[in-house]
Design a protein around this ligand. Structure first.
Ligand SMILES: C[S@@+](CC[C@H](N)C(=O)[O-])C[C@H]1O[C@@H](n2cnc3c(N)ncnc32)[C@H](O)[C@@H]1O
Length: 288
């Protein structure tokens, strides 16, 4: 991940004192942060048991080694992913390999940037808001934003603009000019991946890593998708009018009055819970 020069990256967390690999949730400090348990099981090289607000992994200062189960998302690509062309959606991604539910698929990589500094002129389809903090605090998860009445009743565009900007996450990942395969993964309302915020070196949720995990067992060559997190009828176009969901999908990032770029991808973990067709123990008892 490239970090914009005006962002002070947090120092490494103290970590746990486990040796070799973490196995006892009662003594592991990192397990304690996850609610006194490990978020992953060892099977298939590590699978996430269930979607969480944020996953605390072991990091550089932990006593355990690279094979520790609590470093599952740090081991790079496991599956042979392919970028392919679709008739209607441009580029897309699929895997040549079977992906089991709960397996980490890839991280959303790009330049870590302050949201306010996004270029308001050029269109950029590859921006991912890091929204974990809002969700954890329960202040501004996207669904809550909708319920609190700020959306979608649009009467005074300026007022709505201000309300929304208060909820805009401070940091985002801009994969417009630098990125990895995650930037080619398309949106679906019935996705087979979900977003999971992960903290591995530091503990600042505003700068959490954004990981994509399998929401289900995914057969080879099935297109990989996740929910971009748009709320229906929540998007204003440059003219201040609501954009339809269809238009919205062809304009990943868009602008509203006063040249500000507004809303793009949103990581809102509780929403993704509805797409995880497991806790993993379900799959484990079914034999896969
Ligand atoms: C992060 S990019 C995904 C990769 C993109 N298809 C490409 O060719 O680079 C997001 C853009 O892909 C397109 N897209 C993603 N999901 C789509 C969908 N379900 N239907 C139509 N277009 C989609 C939209 O143009 C969107 O702005």
């Amino acid at each position: 991940m490239k970090v914009a020069c005006n962002i002070k990256f947090p120092p490494n967390a103290t970590g746990c004192n486990c040796k070799g690999a973490c196995w006892d949730p009662k003594t592991c400090e990192c397990a304690r942060l996850n609610g006194s348990d490990f978020p992953y099981v060892q099977r298939d090289g590590g699978r996430l048991i269930e979607a969480k607000d944020v996953v605390f992994e072991c990091g550089p200062n932990c006593g355990c080694g690279p094979s520790c189960v609590n470093r599952t998302s740090q081991r790079g690509l496991r599956y042979r992913l392919e970028v392919f062309r679709t008739p209607m959606k441009g580029w897309a991604v699929r895997s040549w390999d079977f992906i089991p539910a709960g397996a980490p698929v890839c991280e959303y990589i790009g330049e870590l940037t302050r949201t306010e500094e996004l270029d308001s002129i050029s269109e950029n389809n590859y921006i991912f808001d890091i929204d974990c903090l809002q969700t954890m605090r329960g202040l501004g998860g996207r669904e809550r934003r909708q319920q609190d009445g700020s959306l979608p009743v649009i009467q005074n565009v300026d007022k709505v603009d201000e309300q929304r900007l208060e909820n805009v996450p401070e940091f985002c990942i801009d994969a417009g000019s630098i990125g990895n395969i995650a930037r080619f993964i398309n949106h679906s309302c019935e996705p087979n991946l979900f977003i999971q915020c992960v903290l591995s070196s530091h503990q600042d949720v505003k700068l959490a890593r954004v990981m994509l995990f399998a929401a289900d067992n995914i057969p080879p060559l099935q297109e990989l998708t996740y929910d971009y997190g748009y709320a229906l009828d929540s998007v204003l176009g440059p003219d201040g009018k609501l954009r339809s969901a269809l238009v919205l999908l062809s304009h990943f990032t868009w602008q509203i009055g006063r040249g500000k770029i507004y809303r793009n991808l949103v990581a809102s973990p509780p929403m993704y819970k509805k797409y995880t067709r497991y806790p993993l123990y379900h799959f484990l008892t079914q034999g896969n």
